[in-house]
Design a protein around this ligand. Structure first.
Ligand SMILES: NC(=O)c1ccc[n+]([C@@H]2O[C@H](COP(=O)([O-])OP(=O)(O)OC[C@H]3O[C@@H](n4cnc5c(N)ncnc54)[C@H](OP(=O)(O)O)[C@@H]3O)[C@@H](O)[C@H]2O)c1
Length: 306
């Protein structure tokens, strides 16, 4: 299928970091979008809860989409440990609910999984390595992934890494956590170097997603930026790009330093490589350094306004 002027696309959970880039990418292609979320923080969002099959079914069937994209998730690992039932209902049952509807309508369905489903036993994971999810978040996402792969006829499961995107207003993850510390006047940032991963820029991810859907090569794909890093290296690079290297020091600490705050289990490495996308010529992701440079411009502009 082509994603072009008039293509009808339903996006659940579109109010978040990835939703921001996904909406812009689809809008740019001229698609007719129905974007829903449980938090309607934009004028273009309507209410939709993926946990509630009857109401989300009505929301989707009424729109009659040609493509369903499910971005809805609870992504805070500590919150998921504390609110386990909600995590399973959102990340697991939500994946099922939209999968049932996609099968009923016989339309393609995109589910976003995570590098966090791996257990950290190896340094680098390609698409065929076997997951070993450690946290409730990772277990519920892996459940969703497996359901979709086993039960949805026209499916794409795309595994993202350390997501960055959405800017100061929507980014709930690492870059914005670092930025908030900078804004609150921190002169020293404590960052771990014993956690490895693959930054994943939402703008590239949304673009890559469209390319994969247009290829009609259904299945499971790792889709992360090219390259990999530790949290420390990413933080250092972000501070440098912000032009603050001589004002803000980045200091290495072990993960133990944050054991109270970040108590959910995390793998030592969740580095992914896009083996299948590379082989099929579908890898539209850029190197994470290039992406972070582009993304840092948003924060630089925000910082200058303060
Ligand atoms: N963020 C990452 O680092 C990361 C990494 C790998 C994969 N992913 C996956 O990428 C996808 C997009 O996540 P994201 O990074 O854009 O995270 P996000 O910013 O948290 O976006 C997810 C959105 O889903 C909403 N939501 C939560 N429960 C819902 C429900 N029951 N029904 C409908 N919407 C609901 C969230 O609302 P609230 O804000 O109120 O919770 C949020 O607006 C998810 O599948 C996530 O698991 C994310």
């Amino acid at each position: 299928m082509k994603i072009e002027n008039g293509t009808r696309v339903y996006v659940a959970g579109c109010g978040g970091m990835l939703g921001d880039a996904m909406y812009a990418r689809l809008k740019g292609a001229g698609a007719i979008i129905k974007a829903t979320d449980i938090n309607c923080i934009e004028s273009w969002l309507e209410y939709g809860d993926v946990r509630d099959l009857a109401s989300i079914r009505k929301s989707i069937v009424d729109f009659n989409p040609e493509l369903i994209i499910n971005l809805a998730a609870l992504t805070d690992l500590e919150f998921c440990e504390k609110e386990q039932e909600n995590s399973w209902l959102t990340n697991g049952l939500g994946a099922e609910n939209l999968g049932l509807i996609a099968n009923e309508l016989d339309v393609p369905y995109v589910y976003i999984s995570t590098a966090g489903i791996f257990g950290g036993e190896r340094d680098l994971y390609h698409d065929f390595h076997v997951p070993n999810p450690l946290s409730v978040y990772a277990q519920s996402k892996y459940y969703g992934e497996q359901y979709v792969r086993n039960s949805v006829r026209k499916h794409y499961v795309l595994r993202a890494g350390w997501m960055m995107g959405g800017g100061p207003g929507k980014d709930k993850k690492f870059i914005n956590k670092i930025y908030k510390q900078i804004c609150s006047g921190a002169k020293e940032l404590f960052v771990v170097d014993d956690k490895l991963g693959t930054p994943t820029y939402t703008v590239d991810f949304a673009n890559g997603l469209c390319g994969i859907v247009e290829s009609e090569q259904y299945g499971l794909y790792n889709q992360v930026c090219n390259g990999a890093a530790s949290r420390f290296v990413v933080a250092q690079e972000f501070v440098r790009l912000m032009g603050l290297a001589d004002k803000v020091k980045v200091t290495v600490v072990p993960s133990d330093h944050f054991k109270e705050q970040y108590f959910a289990p995390r793998p030592a490495s969740e580095k992914l490589v896009n083996l299948k996308l590379n082989q099929r010529g579908l890898n539209l992701m850029r190197d994470w350094h290039v992406c972070l440079e582009e993304y840092a411009e948003v924060f630089k502009a925000d910082y200058a306004r303060r």
